[in-house]
Design a protein. Sequence first.
Length: 201
Amino acid sequence: MNIRTLLPRPKQEQAPDEETGAISQKPVLVRWLTAGATGVLFIDIALVAFFSIVSSGHVFWTGQNLTAQLLGLTEPLLLALGLVMLLGAGRFDLSLGANLVLSSVVGAEVMLHISAPGDVTLSILAGLAACIATGALYGAVNGVVIAYLGVNSLIATLGTTGIGTGLALLITNGADLSGIPNQVQAHFGLLQIGPVPVPAL
């Protein structure tokens, strides 16, 4: 089933002018207010206002809380941006989380095996390269299965989800990884420029 068939078709805003043949568009403000995304924006604004009012001491609107939200929402936002492109193409990817887990595990293992006392720059760069390569390979496998083998995107990515999470469990033996260089957090993960976390940039 193609997701495009489930999406509403765009409507022509106005019929062409009988004399000139040109299509006169509605004013920008009218188009913006009638767009579906505008309603989501207003809901978000209402939620922020609501929680700002009901939170104890109005801490929801404090700089510390906003910093925490920027840090916590960066990863889901990046994943959502990738998924939006797939949805625009009429596809869906259920293996997004498994890809993230497997890529993170491979990158962490590379860091642990290449780590050297003192300078950890090489291990961090190698781990980053391993993360990117693993994620790209994972996505390429999904693409080949869907585009060339003709498997439905939901079915294909459901299958690769199990494969990805299974590989991650095999690599780690089902245990948490420890010993990641502290510099990863100190110089990137928890580093801030003013109130803005570096990962949010």
